[in-house]
Design a protein. Sequence first.
Lengths: 97, 688
Amino acid sequence: MGLVGNVHRLQVKANLSDVAPIRLKDAPLREELILSHGQAAPALKRRLATLGLRNGCTFQLLMKTASGGRIALVGESRIALGPQMLSQLQYRLPEAK
Amino acid sequence: MTQLTQSLTSIPCACHGGQGDGAGPDSPTIALVGAPNTGKSTLFNSLTGQRVTMGNWPGTTVEVSRGIWCLNRTGCDQVGCECCVTSGSAGESDPEVWTTTLVDLPGAYSLDPQSPDEELTRALLLDVADEEKPDVVVVLADAYRLAHSLYLVSQIREHPLRVVVALTMVDIAQAREIELDTRALSKAMGVQVVAIDPRRRQGLEKLAQAVQKELHKAVPAPRRIRSLSESIALIGADGTGEIDSFALEEDRFAWIQEVVSAGSRSVNGYKPSFSDRVDRVVTAPVIGPLIFLAVMWVVFQLTTAVAAPLQDFLDWFFTGPLTDWALAGFAAIGLGGSVLEGFVVNGLIAGVGTLLTFVPLMAIMFVLLALLEDSGYLARAALVADRLMRMLGLPGKAFLPFIVGFGCNVPGIAATRILSHASQRVLTSLLVPFTACTARLTVFVMIGTIFFGPFAGTAVFAMYVISIVIVVLGGLLLRKTLWRDLVDEPLIIDLPPYQRPTLRLTASVTWLRLKGFLQTASGIIVVTVAIVWALQSIPTQPGVAFGETSVGDSAYGVAAKAITPVFEPTGFATWETTSTMVVGFVAKEAVISSWAQTYALDEPEADDQPGELGARVYSDFNESSGGHPIPAALAFMVFLLAYTPCVATLAAQVREIGWKWTLFGVAMQLVFAYVLSVGVFQIGRLLI
C-alpha cells in the first residue's frame, strides 16, 4: 500500500506539473483544492502534515476570518491558517472528472 | 532538544498535593499521550480522581502530572482514591489488584518536536533509559478525525513500546455519521483499541482491562518502516526526478490511510457542523472582533465588578471584626500591646487577609478561563486577535492576560497559562504588570484630583494610554534584545469543535488553579506583609520600644529617607512619598493609607476628596519639585504605573515563570519606571 500510495501521489504531481500553482490566499472558498506546501519551512510543512494538511492532499477553505486568515477543512479537522501561512502555501485545482 | 532532568518516575506526583511517588517505584507506569484536545487530561482526572489542568485549548496540558490508577477499580469516583492505598502492585499475590502510576504527558501532535511541550513528551517517551520508559503507552485519538490523530500512533509504533489506543470524541464521530469498527482498527494497527468518553466516564473499565492485558504481554517489536534511502530510491524510480524530503513520512501516511480505510467510514460527505455555523459569525472579519471585544469586556467586568464587593467584604472582615477579636483575645490573656500581638494582627492576619481578598478575583478569573477553554471559544479568540498581538511576537490568545491585567495583574499573570510556549509565557508575564490595574486607579484618581482639578479624568485616562504604550514599547524592546530569536511563526490553529462546558470540569480546573495560586502566593504574601510590619515597628531611636516608634523613626522610615535622594531627578523626592512606594509594593491601593499614616492624618473618605491629605501632598510635591508640582505629580503617576508590581503579582509571577524571571522583571520595571519618570519630570518642568 505504501508503494502504491507513493506512486499514486507522484502520478498526481506529474499530471499537474504543467499547471502553475496559485497562492492559497487567492484560493476560492468551498471548493476542492489540492495543497502544495510550496516554499514553506520544513518545520511548518511537518506541522501542517501532522494536522492533515499534507502536500498533495485534497482540502477546502471554508471561510475567511478576521486578521485575514482562512479556516481550512481537511478530513473532519478545521485548521485556521493566518495570512502569512496562506501566502507561503499554494494550491491547484483538481482535474475535472 | 530539552535537557531531560527528570524521568517519568521522578516527576512530582500531582495527587495528594505533594511530591509523592505515585504508586511506588515497583508499580507499572502508564503514560497518557495524545494531541492537545483529545481529552487526555480529562481522562487522567477520571482515572486517578485527581485534579489536573484540563481544557479545550491546544497545549493546555503544559505540565507533566502523575497520579495513581487502580486498574481493577477504574470507575471508582472517590476523590483521593483511598482504595489505591490498600491495593498491591503488579506481581503481588493478587494479580488482579494492580496499582499503577499514571503520567499525563504534555499534548503532542507528533514525536518531531515543534514546541517545548512536544520536546518533553518525546524526551520522556523515547530519550530515557529503557527501564525509565513507560510500561504501557495509552495514545488518545480523536474518533471523528482519525487520520489526524494516527500520525502520532504511527510514530510511537515505530518504537518498542506497549501501546493501547483510546478513541475519544466518539459522540462527535457519531453525530457526523462516521462509522467506526474498533476490531478492524485494532487489527490494522496491531494494538488494542478501546472507545472511551472521559467527559462522561464511559469505557474506562474496558481501557483498564486493555492496559492490564497489555502488561502481561512482552514488549512488541517496533513496526517496520522503510529506511530513508529505500524511500528515496523508491521515489527516484518513478522517473520524476524529485526527491521528496518527506519520503520517510510517506510510509506513515500510507499506514494511516490503511488503518482509516480498514476501520472507519464516513457515511456522508462534508456537511456544515454546528461549530462551522458558529465560526461563520465569531471569526468573521467585522463581527468577529466585535464579539471578541464583547467577550473580553464581560471577562473584565466580571473579574472586577463582581469580585469587588466580595473583596471589600473580606477586607472589612480581616481589618474589622477579626482584628478586633484578636486584639480582645490578646488583651484578655494579658498580652495586649505585645510584640506577639503586633505580629499576629499586623503580620499574620493582615497578610492572610491580603491573600484571601484575591481569592474571589482569582476564582472568577479561573472559572471564566475554564469556560472559554472548555467551550472552544479561546481558540477562536486567538485567531481574531492574532494580528494585533503579532506586533509583540505573541499569539492572539495573549490578548486575554493583558485585558485581565487591566482589572488586576494577579489573574492576568495566571491567565498566561493559556499560552503554550514557555517564551511566550515569560514575555507576557513580564509585560502584564505594566497594565494599569484598578488598585493603581484609586491612587491615580486621588493624585489627579489633587493636582489636575477638573482635568483629573484626563490625567487618569492618560495613564491608561501610557500603560498601553509601555506594554507595546516594552514588548518590542524585549523582543529586540532578549527574544531576538523568537520566531514569528505563521498562525496555524487546530480548531476544536465547540462543546458545552461541564460543571465538573470547570469546577475542577478552577479549584486546581486556585489551589496552586494559594500554595505559591500564601508564603510570599504573608512573609512580605510581616516584614514590612516588622520594619515599621523597629525603632531607630534609643529608648523607644519595638512597635512604639513613629513611621519616620522606624527602620522603614530611615530606609525610605536613605533612598530619597535617588529620586531627586523625578521631582517627588520626599521620604513620605518614597516610603509609600515601599508600601505600594505590598498593595498599590495601600499608598493612600500609607500617606495618611505618615502624615498622621485620617485617610480621606473618598479618593476624589483628598482634603487635608491632598493639601499636604501638594505642598510636599511643590517643595520637592522646585515649584513644578504638576510635572512631579505626572512623574509620580508614571512611576507608580511602571514600577515593581504588588507582592501578590510577584507571587503569581514566581508561580508561572520562576524566581529568575520574576527578579529580572522587578529590575526591569524599576529601570523603566525610573527612566520614564525622570524623563516626564525633566521635560515637563521645561513646559509647565
